[in-house]
Design a protein around this ligand. Structure first.
Ligand code: A3P
Length: 233
């Protein structure tokens, strides 16, 4: 099945909430970083090929109808070309809030250390960390990077193919864009900095690959339950 929705928004712009929302609306399963962490031993070799310039998108997205979050947002241009029928969603938020959020979570020193080690250094670090070089802690650089990213996506796509989805906007614009009815349930609010800190997933944990995958699956299930009150949509 070809992707129907491609997320171009950077991590920490509400991508896990958007994943659960898309799945709830019938655009799932939706690929997210949590899929890689939940099935790392299978996924990491596929992402090494992406980094090496030989992406096998059909295998990576086999069975998925949509994708959001890192690392796939880093390839939004390629994916938008590869899946010409797919709509694109740019999830976004206030740039200062984004910087505060990434600094506490996915771009924190603990995560930088984790992604500098095998196997993540070759498979995922280039797509997530390398664009920031040594300026990952530089507020002004990072905020400019974020705004530049937003502007680039908006400039590249025709307005009818792109939805700019701001944190807190909820269902209406999303459902109108995807031409589906607005659900009765509240829009998901998951993967807050507090959720991540309490989960311990950001810590550089000394877990076996099996334990790390199980922890990621447990977190995904907890976030699904937080959003909709039950483990799967
Ligand atoms: P904070 O770190 O500021 O808490 P992602 O899932 O891409 O990693 O993004 C998570 C961030 O989006 C978190 O920010 C989380 O609180 C925020 N978020 C997720 N869903 C939201 C919603 N429905 N309304 C407002 N913020 C939301």
């Amino acid at each position: 099945m070809a992707l129907k929705v491609i997320g171009a928004g950077l991590g920490r712009t509400g991508t896990l909430s958007l994943k659960l929302a898309l799945e709830h609306l019938g655009f799932g399963p939706c690929f997210h970083m949590i899929e890689i962490m939940s099935d790392a031993r299978h996924q990491i070799p596929l992402w090494m090929n992406v980094t090496a310039g030989n992406p096998d998108w059909d295998t990576i997205f086999d069975g998925f109808a949509s994708t959001v979050d890192y690392p796939t947002c880093s390839y939004w241009r390629e994916l938008a070309t590869y899946y010409p029928q797919a709509k694109v969603i740019l999830s976004t938020r206030d740039a200062d809030d984004w910087f505060r959020s990434v600094s506490r979570t996915i771009l924190s020193p603990g995560n930088q250390a984790k992604f500098s080690e095998p196997p993540f250094d070759k498979a995922l670090k280039p797509a997530i960390f390398e664009p920031f070089g040594d300026r990952i802690d530089d507020h002004d650089f990072m905020v400019e990077y974020f705004r530049g990213w937003e502007a680039e996506v908006i400039a590249a796509l025709p307005p009818e193919r792109l939805l700019v989805h701001r944190l807190g906007e909820g269902w209406e614009g999303l459902c109108e864009f995807l031409e589906v009815p607005v659900p009765d349930e509240p829009y998901p609010l998951v993967n807050t900095s507090k959720d991540m800190e309490e989960s311990g997933l950001v810590r550089k944990a000394e877990m076996t690959p099996e334990e790390a995958e199980a922890a990621a699956r447990g977190y995904a299930s907890a976030m699904q339950t937080k959003a909709f009150g039950h483990p799967s949509a």
